[in-house]
Write a protein that binds this ligand. Structure first.
Ligand SMILES: *Cc1c(COP(=O)(O)O)cnc(C)c1O
Length: 397
């Protein structure tokens, strides 16, 4: 065989457009994180890197609000951390209870099945949180080994309230709790230890405003004990936590080459969290997203989630009659270099998904988003009051 064309491809210099990222992730990256990523590499077993690993682990514990020894950045995106959690904790023959109220509960189910687990479901409609009483009933009915829930459902803009009630119910039934905290870590209140969460996984490119590549994961001693006493090895070699322990634990032995640059990046992103203070950061997200929400309501749009379970880091906003959601997103991207997203799954066509995460949660981003969306909606024939939106947003800021 010979290649049809033997000439070298003529590909120009990389010049991505300068977008403002207000979608479901990635979010805008802080300049300090980008700078950290352009610093020289060291070896992944270099003594200086071992120190950096320790620092990242300590910063992650602070951000998760946990003392868990087993707290690491998993090489890969949030889904890698998710699969590390589910693929290690769920053993063949185990039963895992998962929610049906959003896209990521469905992904939990797929991963649990691939791990050899039996999947049972606890129901709630898309756009609503789980009810503790319904979860209790499902736990009593199915007696699962593991219960998974999504703390911040990026597909619906719903924040799961009453987390301690859910974990208490699960522990009453001797189930371990795995929490998806991808869109909550560093953005909305999350207390892994106080709330008795056994395993929490997350991603760097949402409220931590770091490029994707190294994804937070934390496991309690009880969860790690289950993982380390498995009868059968996990199906993934790459994500086998008993092997990763060799690298992130005491030994510091080679397993795979850590994504050095991504570890630098998350270290800087987490340093920004520590400098700001985790609670101040949660408050900032509520304040800035609150102004965004005021702007949406001020122009006559409706939030999909009521105040009790509104998720500041991902705002689900109803699409008004007579406009096409995809066209609106295309228009704001084209005219304002601004990224927002359409809905998916059961809410496709019904909502816009507007992130307000990390470094993107700033007055200038929020103001631009309200103004740009109002403009696009009006020019595409939606009946909105763009000026009312901008005024309400400014008032709230
Ligand atoms: C983004 C996201 C994931 C998956 O993370 P990736 O980085 O895209 O692999 C999982 N769960 C939730 C809730 C998310 O928002």
């Amino acid at each position: 065989m010979t290649r049809a064309d033997s000439s070298a491809p003529d590909v120009g210099e990389l010049t991505p457009p300068n977008r403002t990222l207000m979608g479901p992730g990635p979010s805008d990256v802080h300049p300090r994180v980008l700078k950290a990523m352009s610093t020289p590499l060291v070896g992944h077993l270099d003594p200086s890197f071992i120190e950096i690993m320790d620092e990242v682990q300590e910063l992650l514990r602070y951000t998760f609000q946990t003392d868990n020894q087993w707290t690491i950045p998993v090489s890969g995106t949030g889904s890698a951390s998710m699969e590390a959690a589910i693929g290690n904790v769920v053993e063949p023959g185990d039963t895992m209870l998962v929610p049906t109220n959003g896209y990521f509960g469905g992904r939990m189910a797929s991963m649990a099945r691939r791990a050899g687990g039996e999947v049972v479901e606890v129901d709630a409609p898309w756009g609503e949180p789980l009810e503790p009483a319904v979860v209790s009933d499902a736990l009593a009915e199915h007696d699962p080994d593991v219960f998974g829930f999504v703390h911040a459902e990026t597909s619906t803009g719903v924040l799961q309230p009453d987390v301690p009630a859910l974990t208490a119910a699960a522990h009453d039934h001797d189930a371990l709790v795995i929490a998806d905290t991808v869109t909550s870590l560093g953005g909305v209140e999350l207390r892994v230890d106080d709330w008795d969460i056994d395993v929490a996984y997350s991603g760097p490119q949402k409220c931590l405003s770091c490029p994707p590549g190294a994804s937070p994961l934390t496991l309690s001693d009880a969860a790690m004990e289950k993982v380390l006493s498995r009868e059968e090895e996990p199906r993934s070699w790459y994500l086998d936590l008993s092997l990763l322990e060799g690298y992130w634990g005491e030994e510091r032995a080679y397993h795979h080459t850590a994504p050095v640059t991504n570890v630098y990046a998350i270290r800087e992103a987490l340093r920004l969290v520590a400098e700001e203070g985790i609670e101040t950061r949660w408050d900032r997200h509520r304040h800035l997203a609150g102004a965004l929400k005021a702007g949406m309501e001020g122009m006559g749009l409706e939030m999909n989630a009521p105040e009790e379970y509104w998720l500041p880091s991902l705002n689900a906003v109803g699409v008004p009659e007579d406009v096409d959601d995809g066209e609106v997103c295309g228009a704001v991207l084209e005219k304002y270099d601004l990224e927002i997203a359409t809905g998916l799954g059961d809410l496709a066509g019904d909502i816009f998904r507007i992130g307000c995460m990390g470094y993107s949660a700033r007055p200038e981003n929020v103001t631009l988003t309200v103004a740009a969306l109002g403009d696009a909606l009006e020019s595409l024939g939606g009946s909105v009051d763009p000026d009312g939106g901008v005024a309400a947003c400014r008032q709230a800021l």
